[in-house]
Design a protein around this ligand. Structure first.
Ligand code: UD1
Length: 425
């Protein structure tokens, strides 16, 4: 397993090109199962999660051709050879569940492993399953698999999601495009990645209204066609680098980033003393004064503050003046970065789903362990401003979601390198 060693204290200045969004690319790839014609995507990031989904799609019989230089991905599901997404592949990534809806819609059957380790626990998939049942699928859960059957095809229905779910909205929206009649998704999620997926489905011939609102209406079609589509910029990557820039006291231009997708950061950034603005070609970000001020944030579904930027924002608050309260409302147990930040000298007290972060003058370099994707990157950010060297171990997670993060940070002045971690299992 690899680690990243960072020497802290250098400001980041210059331009960083933001990659295509992982969370948009994954559902778009799953949409290839809905048509026997080819789909061609560009701006597909070269990430482990993308590679994992390619493996699953290939297993199902989809011809996949990824060009990591050009970031193009061609997918052609002319004929599906299997409806089974096995445990060994699905366990690597929860988003694999996104093949369920499209598969059962087009193939009439799908057998997808429950995503690893989180089936019944903190990240269930009950809303995906319940909604597919409402579309007429018969679903059995046995031996760790979801077995869905709809031999006569799915039938449109009124779906009321009990809470906002990105994945369930995407899965059911895709399934509904091939269902007979009209499906209405109430309490649908509104994330830009869903709008991107919907836009591509419309180009494929789907009839969808209400994208970006909490009520999405889909009029089912008997078939969809192929198309070409460009993946939107990754707002989480952009937000992460924005935070890195201001933590280090530098000024960054985030090329391709969309200010409209970063709306929830604007207010906390302004209160913290950070200037973030749309400029030609992207978004610029820099501190207004020498010091950052503590601010409160609470994660919420879009357009609220994204849970996927919570850990990074907490890293920023560790070095701000004064205190800030971070409240996580989307996922339980998403403070796994806290004990690691404490090892670096941060002052954080967790009370249930809130963490009180009191700023300290300096973080100190340490050996820390990455536990999930966003927790990992928050430790890299902390390392960039810490005194001395920080080694972030188990960077496997980081590589699931950040394309060439070491190269991108080095290019704007950071001192860091990826090393073999021989002391690790
Ligand atoms: C997606 C993102 C992830 C982000 C999350 C929330 C992708 C590939 N991943 O994950 O990066 O952190 O949105 O913005 O896009 N829930 C249920 N039952 C379900 C489904 C979800 O209870 O059937 C709960 C979850 O446990 C969580 C909440 O709903 O508490 C929101 O989760 P959801 O929006 O579904 O997250 P994902 O789609 O898995």
């Amino acid at each position: 397993m690899d680690k990243i060693r960072i020497t802290g204290g250098l400001p980041l200045n210059g331009e960083i090109e933001i990659s295509g969004a992982k969370n948009a690319a994954l559902p778009l790839m799953a949409a290839s199962l809905l048509t026997d014609q080819p789909l061609e995507f560009d701006r597909v990031p070269d990430l482990r999660d993308v590679a994992s989904l390619i493996e699953i799609l290939e297993e199902l019989g989809v011809a996949c051709a990824y060009d990591a230089q050009k970031k193009t991905l061609k997918l052609h599901a002319a004929r599906l050879s299997s409806c089974l997404a096995p445990y060994d592949l699905v366990r690597k990534m929860r988003a694999s569940i996104l093949v369920l809806g499209p598969l059962v819609a087009r193939h009439g059957e799908a057998k997808v492993s429950l995503p690893g380790g989180c089936a019944i626990g903190t990240r269930p998939v009950d809303m995906h399953i319940d909604a597919l049942r409402e579309l007429g699928a018969e679903i059995e859960l046995a031996e760790g698999y979801i077995h869905a059957r709809a031999p006569g095809g799915l039938v449109g229905a009124e779906i009321h999601f009990p809470k906002s779910s990105v994945g369930a909205t995407e899965n059911i929206m895709m399934a509904a495009t091939l269902a007979k009649g009209v499906t209405v998704l109430h309490n649908a999620a509104r994330e830009p990645e869903i709008v991107d997926l919907g836009g591509c489905l419309v180009k494929m011939g789907a009839e969808i209204e209400g994208l970006g609102t909490d009520k999405i209406t889909v009029r089912g079609k008997s078939f969809l066609r192929g198309t070409a589509h460009s993946v939107i910029a990754d707002r989480i990557e952009a937000g992460t680098f924005a935070i890195a820039g201001v933590m280090t006291g530098g000024a960054l231009l985030l090329k391709n980033a969309e200010i409209g997708h970063l709306g929830a950061m604007i207010d906390p950034f302004h209160k913290a003393g950070v200037d973030i603005a749309e400029v030609a070609g992207g978004v610029s970000v820099r501190r207004v004064k020498d010091v950052l001020r503590g601010v409160d944030i609470m994660t919420e579904p879009y357009p609220g503050f994204p849970t996927d930027l919570q850990a990074q924002m907490m890293s920023m608050l560790t070095i701000a003046t004064g205190a800030g309260m971070v409240t996580e409302t989307i996922f339980e147990n998403r403070f796994m970065h806290v004990p690691e930040l404490l090892r670096m000298g941060a002052d954080i007290t967790v009370h249930g789903s809130s963490a009180l972060v009191r700023g300290v003058k300096k973080l100190k370099g340490a050996d820390v362990m990455a536990t999930d994707l966003r927790a990992s990157v928050s430790l890299v950010l902390a390392g960039l401003v810490a005194e001395g060297a920080t080694s972030v171990h188990r960077i496997y997670h980081l590589e699931r979601g950040y394309e060439n993060i070491v190269g991108k940070l080095k290019a704007v002045g950071a001192k860091l390198e990826k090393l073999k971690d021989d002391g690790e299992d």
